[in-house]
Design a protein around this ligand. Structure first.
Ligand SMILES: C[S@@+](CC[C@H](N)C(=O)[O-])C[C@H]1O[C@@H](n2cnc3c(N)ncnc32)[C@H](O)[C@@H]1O
Length: 522
């Protein structure tokens, strides 16, 4: 069977692993067929192989053990070895010496030398193999040997054996080696060709005689095993090469970096690091240079999509003063972002509602002079005191909306108590009393930390107090909710105190049945 593979191509890859081997006198032992493909194929001379016995032993080892050769060729080599042994003074039987030199089994050597009794005869030896002492070969009872099995059976067994070791179903078991080698960019043509040869022989074996197929199959199989070893060696050589390459590259880079770093001054190092901040955020480099922010803080900001968005919003729209606050870290990003969004909205209030009302409930957006944590303008628009006193939308004043006889429930934060009393006056009411809302949680404050708010109750004209059973305690205990949100209970209290009235809520953020709600966020 001819096995096609391109030795020219494989020279570079496996020439070093598989050189042509010759003995001391240049007699070829192994790999000589490669020279046919490339006359420059590397040669290695084994000087210690300097006798016929050594030469034939080496040839048998190289050519009949490692590669599959026909029984005929193997027999010829063993006969040559037997001759060399005789020439060196060995006496028959030569089975054992050959067995030791070649590691073939004694039975197998006996079998090969069956036709050459001169190598077997020896005083005391049992004569040719297969003949019982004292009996002729005809008289020796025939044992049923493997060779009596039918060709078909033999073929089947061989087929199974090779298939089992070379294939997994139709897939070569060494498919993973091929994939690995291909990944490393190695040429696997020969190996895949060898596997293809096996498949071919197996396919062609149907209908052929065992004897004809056996050698071809063994030959193809052994070649593939040999190629597999080469492939494995190539893979590990390539992997080692790549690992070394990577390591030396790493070392080179590390060396360069260390050198650079050593040569850089502090400032240069900072500037180098600042390059990691993208150009569109170059203003942030100043924030780091001026020492307010660390480079890591800026990087983590930019790596967080939500924070990055806020930052962009602030950088694009914040007034100078606010931006300065963010830069110097006096103002938080979240706060600055909310303020920017509010400023941008610039909402104008809706017109005051139609009709007139006799119960007014109001919670004005007071402006505070001192910045407090969580101060109102981070949550909603605020109004100046004057604008609250003279509440007027598009020429319609708050006084126009209030009946002659009415009542005002006005929320006053503690610092804004005086202003709240002014609102009472300006809107035409007289202060009567108040209800205190005691919160479950403590808040902020300059002298004391606020935990309560006052609801001022004031009247205008003739409006009677509620009947006695509808009078509530002046202390309302209720939990604090979202910023500035007032307790629901207050609506209920007002509705019970003054049932079936025309209710108006000013600066509202909710709608409520039977109420008219007005405000930017109503
Ligand atoms: C203190 S909050 C009212 C909170 C409300 N009592 C609650 O429980 O949710 C003041 C409200 O007045 C609104 N506001 C600010 N400026 C305004 C204006 N010029 N006209 C109308 N409403 C305004 C704010 O948007 C905010 O919703």
């Amino acid at each position: 069977m001819s096995v096609k593979y391109d030795l020219k191509k494989s020279k570079d890859a496996i020439g070093v692993l598989y050189p042509r081997i010759v003995d001391k006198d240049d007699r070829e032992i192994d790999g000589f067929h490669r020279v046919d493909a490339d006359e420059d194929w590397p040669t290695r001379q084994l000087d210690h192989i300097d006798t016929d016995v050594k030469y034939w032993t080496a040839r048998i080892t190289a050519n009949t053990h490692r590669r599959g050769v026909s029984k005929k060729e193997r027999k010829e080599s063993v006969i040559e070895l037997a001759k060399a042994l005789l020439a060196e003074g060995y006496e028959p039987s030569l089975v054992n010496p050959i067995c030791v030199l070649t590691t073939f089994s004694p039975q197998y050597i006996g079998n090969l030398l069956e036709d050459n009794p001169e190598f077997l005869k020896h005083p005391g030896a049992g004569g040719p193999k297969g003949v019982k002492p004292g009996l002729t070969s005809e008289q020796t009872p025939k044992r049923k040997t493997k060779h009596d099995t039918s060709d078909k059976e033999k073929l089947d067994n061989l087929y199974k054996k090779v298939q089992k070791s070379a294939f997994n179903g139709q897939k070569p078991t060494s498919q993973s080696s091929i994939e690995k080698a291909e990944k490393l960019g190695l040429d696997v043509t020969h190996y895949t060709e060898q596997l293809e040869n096996i498949r071919q022989v197996l396919n062609d074996s149907v209908g052929r005689q065992y004897a004809d197929v056996k050698d071809d199959l063994n030959d193809a199989y052994k070649r593939s095993t040999g190629m597999k070893k080469v492939l494995t060696a190539q893979i590990s050589a390539e992997e080692t090469r790549i690992t070394k390459l990577k390591e030396s590259l790493r070392n080179e880079v590390a060396e360069e970096v260390t050198q650079e770093v050593v040569e850089m001054t502090e400032n240069e190092r900072l500037e180098k690091l600042l390059e990691e901040i993208p150009d569109e955020f170059s203003v942030l480099r100043d924030w780091v240079r001026e020492g307010f922010w660390s480079i890591d803080q800026i990087k983590s900001l930019l790596n967080n999509p939500a924070k990055k968005k806020q930052l962009i919003n602030i950088l694009e729209k914040a007034p100078k003063k606010l931006l300065e606050g963010v830069k110097t870290r006096k103002t938080s990003l979240v706060y600055a972002n909310t303020v920017v969004n509010r400023l941008e909205k610039h909402d104008s209030p809706p017109p005051l509602p139609d009709g007139v009302f006799d119960v007014i409930y109001a919670d004005p957006p007071w402006k505070y002079d001192l910045p407090l944590r969580g101060s109102p303008n981070s949550h909603y628009d605020i109004m100046s005191n004057e604008d609250i006193y003279n509440l007027n939308v598009e020429g319609v004043s708050i006084q126009d909306k209030i009946t002659e006889d009415s009542i005002l429930f006005l929320w006053a934060t503690n610092p804004k108590l005086t202003e709240a009393l002014s609102v009472v006056k300006k809107w035409g009411f007289d202060y009567k009393t108040n209800l205190v809302w005691v919160k479950d949680k403590i808040g902020t404050g300059y002298y004391v930390r606020g935990q309560h708010e006052l609801l001022l109750i004031s009247t205008k004209g003739k409006i009677p107090p509620p009947i006695e059973k509808n009078r509530f305690s002046s202390v309302l205990t209720a939990p604090r909710k979202k910023h500035s949100a007032k307790p629901e209970e207050v609506y209920e209290i007002i509705e019970v105190m003054y049932p079936n009235r025309r209710y108006l809520e000013l600066f509202a953020r909710n709608q409520r049945e039977n109420w008219t709600s007005w405000g930017l966020e109503a």
